[in-house]
Design a protein around this ligand. Structure first.
Ligand code: E4P
Length: 213
């Protein structure tokens, strides 16, 4: 499973990339707003740090507006993937982007039927929001499983990108289901590597090393 970082914080992206585990980056308008910078500024920095797919989201809600924004974003760097919301106008735009060779990440997916339509439209990635489904007492993992099964049944080539990941268990479950990608907040990346026995073992080794040294 590929690991993307879900962030617009340049320090966090640099930190995760330095560990060699960032295959790509996803951003969204909320993350960009949190950074206090423009989308273009953030994306221009990210392309210098990560050599992999970088999702940049359009904010228009009509097909023409999405096409205009997406084409501009795609020109910034060949690694840019245009992120499009899962609405009818979005799917129209995805079809056109696909014909133009511009890769897309269809976002805000909350049902298997939405995922089927995104694949039909030619999406490169589909982003089911697991955490947000859990937040309303749904089963985010069930959604992921349904999408993966449907795509496999029909050899649909759209890659499944597990999004809105909140904790390490989401990552393990997504990997067990065979998700192509999981996009993780910086905090979750660090939670993945943390283990109390590692810390305790290291502490002991260092203490013992002092005795012999
Ligand atoms: C995905 O691409 C989104 O940016 C993100 O995963 C949303 O996560 P949230 O529900 O924690 O905001």
């Amino acid at each position: 499973m590929q690991i993307f970082i879900d962030s617009a914080d340049i320090d966090d992206i640099k930190d995760a990339a330095a560990m060699g585990l960032v295959d790509g980056v996803t951003t969204n308008p909320s993350l960009i707003a949190k950074s206090g910078r423009t989308l273009e500024e953030v994306i221009n920095d990210i392309v210098e740090i990560v050599d992999g797919p970088i999702s940049a989201e359009v904010i228009s809600t009509d097909c023409d507006g999405m096409l205009e924004e997406g084409r501009k974003l795609a020109k910034i760097h060949e690694n840019i993937v245009v992120k499009v919301p899962l609405i009818a106008e979005g799917l129209k735009a995805v079809q056109i982007f696909t014909k133009e060779g511009i890769r897309t990440n269809v976002t805000l997916c909350f049902s298997p039927t939405q995922a089927m339509l995104a694949a039909k439209a030619g999406a490169t990635y589909i982003s089911p929001f697991l955490g947000r489904v859990d937040d309303i007492s749904g089963e985010g993992m069930e959604l992921l499983e349904q999408i993966i099964t449907i795509y496999r049944n029909y050899d649909m080539t759209t890659q499944v990108l597990a999004a809105s990941i909140r904790h390490p268990l989401h990552v393990v479950q997504a990997a067990l289901l065979g998700s192509d990608v999981a996009t993780l907040p910086h905090k979750v990346i660090h939670q993945l590597l943390k283990h109390p026995l590692t810390d305790r073992g290291l502490e002991q080794f260092l203490a013992d090393a002092k005795k012999s040294g």
